[in-house]
Design a protein around this ligand. Sequence first.
Ligand code: NAD
Ligand code: G3P
Length: 319
Amino acid sequence: MNHPNTQQLKIPNPKSVVILGAGAWGSSLASLVSSNGHKVSIWSRRSNLQLASTVNDADIIVSAISMKGVPDVIAQLQLLKLPDKAIFVTATKGLDTQTTCTPSQIIQTVFPSHPVVVLSGPNLSKEIELGLPSATVVASHSGTAAEFVQLVFSSPRFRVYTNLDPLGVELGGTLKNVIAIAAGACDGLQLGTNAKAALVTRGLSEMVRIGVSLGAKAETFYGLSGLGDLLATCNSPLSRNYQVGYQLACGKTLAEILTHLQGTAEGVNTCSVLITQSIGQNISMPITEQVYRVLQSESTPRQALEELMLRNIKPEYYG
Ligand SMILES: NC(=O)c1ccc[n+]([C@@H]2O[C@H](COP(=O)([O-])OP(=O)(O)OC[C@H]3O[C@@H](n4cnc5c(N)ncnc54)[C@H](O)[C@@H]3O)[C@@H](O)[C@H]2O)c1
Ligand SMILES: O=P(O)(O)OC[C@H](O)CO
């Protein structure tokens, strides 16, 4: 089968794309789509735009809001008449603390007749704003919807792959945030490259274990939206989740860090949800457990390291 290359990707008619959320990621996604010649509207809870008039002709509605705002904004959309053609794209990386649902699950439950596409990958918004090259994944049970979104977002600086495991892609981007907090702490404690490699590899193992138990495909976690995003977030000071861990290791309190952090570190809330899920499903998640204890001030990063190193020795299970 012949696929077009990025030079041939122009969609004949510009599409109408609505971005919900005017934060770092919403702004970067807007600039990617408008550079491709599409009509972009950005709505946020603080803008003067009416949600109803913003979405009334949308081909694509993108959620780039923080997880805590998703249920409320989707409930607002439920009261409106959306165009039948509208495809939802979620670029939010978190879990709902009330229901433990992912954003795509929340959207699909409220809008069962609209396709939902997950967009996730190693995409630090500051690098994208600089025009640096990057790749991502758009995943949906509707291959047609995923390919449509792929065409709208693809460009020579933003390479977009399709995938048919939306839950796996969404969980990859969500679960890695907790491991990124641990990786930041590892660097803050100056534990070295060997320790970081061990942490990230065993972290991936935890992601696969809980992800598969929640219904994702194991292989998805070894792609861009899993391992790819894990590597980006665990190795970059641009990541807010990494920053949380790094600064905790430097002795700051979580409250101090969050007060000064630019943007949202979803891993903090995601960690609490994962602890509930891992206990409920009897799944071992030692790194997540230690991150949780540090976030709750029940332990320090140094004590968390000791706890991890002193666990019973065992075979290297994969997954
Ligand atoms: N920044 C990145 O590099 C990046 C990359 C990929 C994915 N993401 C994900 O995108 C999401 C947004 O991240 P961000 O970096 O843009 O965060 P941000 O803090 O810069 O922006 C968050 C946006 O959500 C809105 N919001 C927050 N609470 C809300 C509520 N209760 N109701 C309505 N709107 C609300 C804010 O007004 C703002 O527009 C997160 O889930 C993040 O994990 C971020
Ligand atoms: O800044 P973070 O930690 O939210 O990470 C941003 C993106 O998820 C990286 O892909």
